[in-house]
Design a binder for this molecule. Structure first.
Ligand SMILES: Nc1ncnc2c1ncn2[C@@H]1O[C@H](COP(=O)(O)OP(=O)(O)OP(=O)(O)O)[C@@H](O)[C@H]1O
Ligand SMILES: [Mg+2]
Length: 629
């Protein structure tokens, strides 16, 4: 038996009945419509096509009935041929319509995905670092993928589904009623036989589907955590592969069982629908046949009724779920809006100006700083927690003031957790101060355009990250228009030329995530090469605490000397040679500056620096490997 399968006929996976209970913020509809505005012409044509398609779907059975009547009534041959040709023409038009309809729905759907994806991506990039320290990458990626897809379905499947189903249903029911209200009424009475159990199966299916989604998500999280190099190393070192495998196994087994159950439920749904439709069809033939023989109906009408019947159940079932579909789509939109609504804490002021190239002095003026609280920067749903952590964060810098004059090198030293890295992040505005100010060349960093600030300041972080890309491209990230000559010069100056030459692919060697593994010292020098290429006026450097052998230590030191020459620099120092070479040493403890001076001055003071020197730096003087702070 030929059956029409309109949209939403089959219970769609992942459709969430909970969506109905979710409070949507007012105005969600309006925003959704605003997203659709660029596509309104396309949408209009699309809907006209959908209606035309539904019309043809009803006309054809009526014509088929006419043919049967013409045959049984022994009408002129040309009349039958005429209708047959008409049916054929309609079929061709319908095929063309279906193509056009798909083209429009694809244009609208893919266009919306494109709009939302690019908006979310651009927006997320502008979020402060604090946002990324809190959110789960997986949750964020799924926002960009799944929710964006869910949202666009509102416009294609759900919208066209609802429109075409309503039109089909109204037309079909109307035509059937005019042909025989008794038969139509009886066929409709049979419908609850199917719809009621179908709804129950549907909600059970959603329950287990949601469970399997969660299990899958947790398996994914386990895999990404355990299968990266650091995680794999930890599992090996602690010798726990057996337990890891067992916990993975139990979740995978549940997913398997759910898969089987949901396949059976799905089939049950399908079989029940087919069965009820077939029974109703038998009824139409039986009752209609009786009417036809007793002369109350024509044979053609019975055929038309039987054909139309198959178009009645599908739309009805689909529409009984339409509310859930529309709400799920809206919830997806809402989840996308939620991300778009996060205001980037650190943005250019409206009257931001370019930081002049001459700006070289750095001033910290009574800087107080507290890391942002969860509610300031993130969303519970992206952290995978029910409510955000509400404990107010502690202040980590309590009034820090110091100055690095033009071309000066300032070394920051202090015990672990003193706030050194935090200070280094306030200068390039990774975070903003809570009170006081950070000034470059006398300009508050919050008043200048971030782009110009980042152009003037070069930062080398402790674990200099490299993208999974060639050495050349990693270096070019600092200056995309760098010439080959400039790249080679930077590589030489950073004392990494020998290494690059020894690699079979030279500058084209892929490094980073899954590429060639650089040693700690090599990575540090590559990061310095990247900095040299950028040629910033001001340098911020978090020295690696990793132990280096004396040869690479010397190489890094040499590279550093070139990188810092003539530039204003703030260096978080872990090496004796760095503190010795500094113009000024700022000693921090628990978020406060406790001493400022040169190496010689501070040693005579015999305070915290002298103590740090004895525990941390003196051994380096004796030639041993540097200690971590
Ligand atoms: N992202 C963050 N959110 C909240 N608190 C933070 C964050 N990063 C650091 N802190 C806290 O701020 C304080 C200063 O940390 P910071 O990283 O600046 O120390 P540090 O001097 O660089 O230490 P180390 O020498 O170990 O690198 C610490 O108490 C730390 O726990
Ligand atoms: Mg640090």
């Amino acid at each position: 038996m030929a059956m029409a399968f309109p949209h939403g006929y089959y219970p769609r996976m992942g459709r969430d009945r909970d969506a109905l209970n979710k409070e949507l913020p007012p105005g969600t509809w309006k925003r959704v419509l605003r997203f659709a505005t660029p596509y309104r012409a396309h949408l209009l044509v699309f809907l006209v096509l959908v209606v035309a398609d539904s019309l043809i779907g009803v006309i054809t059975p009526v014509l088929a009935g006419r043919v049967v009547n013409d045959i049984t009534g022994r009408a002129a041959v040309h009349a039958v041929v005429y209708i047959a040709v008409l049916i054929a023409a309609l079929a061709v038009v319908d095929a063309a319509l279906s193509f056009a309809q798909r083209w429009y729905s694809a244009r609208i759907g893919e266009g919306l995905i494109f709009d939302m994806r690019t908006r979310v991506f651009t927006h997320v990039q502008r979020m402060p670092l604090a946002f990324f320290t809190r959110t789960q990458t997986g949750a964020l990626v799924s926002r960009l993928n799944n929710d964006v897809l869910g949202a666009q379905q509102a416009f294609t499947s759900t919208l066209s589904g609802v429109v075409s189903n309503v039109v089909s249903l109204v037309l079909t029911a109307a035509v059937m009623f005019t042909l025989s209200w008794q038969i139509t009424a009886i066929s409709l009475v049979m419908l609850p036989l199917f719809v009621i159990p179908a709804r129950r199966i549907g909600s059970r299916l959603q329950q287990i589907t949601r469970e399997s989604y969660n299990l899958n998500a947790s398996m994914n999280a386990t895999m990404t955590e355990r299968f990266n190099v650091a995680g794999a190393l930890l599992v090996k070192l602690f010798g726990r592969p057996g337990e890891e495998a067992e916990s993975f196994r139990s979740r995978a087994a549940r997913v398997r069982d759910i898969g089987v159950t949901s396949a059976m439920y799905g089939r049950l749904f399908f079989v029940a629908l087919t069965l009820v439709a077939s029974l109703a069809q038998a009824l139409v033939y039986g009752l209609g046949g009786y009417y036809a023989i007793t002369g109350r109906l024509s044979a053609g009408t019975v055929v038309t009724l039987a054909l139309l019947l198959s178009r009645l159940y599908g739309p009805l079932t689909a529409l009984s779920n339409a509310r859930v579909d529309v709400m799920s789509a809206l919830v997806s939109f809402d989840r996308v809006f939620e991300v778009l609504d996060l205001r980037p804490m650190i943005a250019d002021a409206p009257d931001a100006f370019e930081l002049p190239e001459s700006a070289r002095a750095v001033d910290f003026d009574d800087v107080r700083f507290t890391y942002p609280s969860a509610s300031e920067v993130s969303l519970a749903s992206l952290e995978d927690v029910a409510v955000l952590d509400a404990t107010p964060p502690q202040e980590v810098l309590h009034g820090v003031s110091f100055r690095a004059g033009p071309g000066e090198m300032v070394a920051l030293v202090g015990p672990s957790g003193a706030g050194k890295t935090t200070i280094s992040q306030l200068l390039p505005r990774i975070y903003d101060v809570r009170s006081g100010a950070v000034r470059v060349g006398g300009h508050d960093v919050r008043s200048v355009a971030q782009q110009s600030l980042h152009d003037r300041i070069g930062v080398v972080t402790q674990d200099a990250h490299m993208f999974h890309d060639t050495i050349r491209n990693n270096l070019r990230y600092a200056r995309p228009d760098a010439s080959e000559r400039a790249i080679l010069d930077a590589v030489e100056a950073a004392q990494i030329g020998d290494l690059v030459r020894s690699l079979p692919d030279g500058l084209d060697t892929v490094v980073g995530e899954r590429g060639y593994r650089l040693s700690g010292g090599e990575k540090a020098r590559l990061a310095i090469a990247r900095l040299l290429l950028k040629q910033p006026q001001i340098v911020v450097l978090d020295e690696a605490t990793a132990h280096l052998d004396s040869e690479s230590e010397a190489a890094v030191q040499d590279a550093l000397a070139r990188a810092l020459a003539g530039r204003t620099s703030i260096v978080i120092a872990h090496r004796l040679s760095t503190v010795l070479g500094a113009d000024k040493i700022v000693v921090l403890d628990a978020g406060r500056i406790v001493e400022i001076g040169t190496h010689a001055q501070l040693l005579t003071r015999d305070g915290l620096y002298a103590e740090l020197y004895r525990t941390q730096f003196e051994r380096q003087a004796a030639g041993a490997a540097p200690l971590t702070s």
